[in-house]
Design a protein around this ligand. Structure first.
Ligand SMILES: [Zn+2]
Length: 87
């Protein structure tokens, strides 16, 4: 259970809790600064921070997936976005 599950237990694809879902806003606020910082780290030393940046990005996308699940298929084709790059 993530901090967002605890803070916004009813939020999901159909919550309609505002113009933009409060949980979605909280997720963006939480991750935006961390992702920006990670990007700066990668500019200094891309090799040393690649895995940490990738896992932070996965964490962010996983939180968004709970609020706004991506469609199982895109234009009828299998969706490959879940495949992970080898790093
Ligand atoms: Zn919501």
């Amino acid at each position: 259970m993530s901090r967002f599950d605890a803070m916004y237990p009813i939020c999901g694809p159909d919550c309609n809790c505002g113009m933009l879902c409060k949980r979605a806003c909280a997720i963006d606020e939480h991750y935006a600064s961390r992702l920006a910082f990670m990007l700066e780290c990668m500019l200094v030393d891309s090799h040393g921070h690649w895995n940490a940046a990738a896992s932070l990005l996965d964490e962010y996308k996983a939180e968004w997936e709970k609020v706004n699940p991506s469609p199982p298929t895109f234009m009828g084709e299998p969706n490959h976005t879940t495949e992970k790059a080898v790093g």
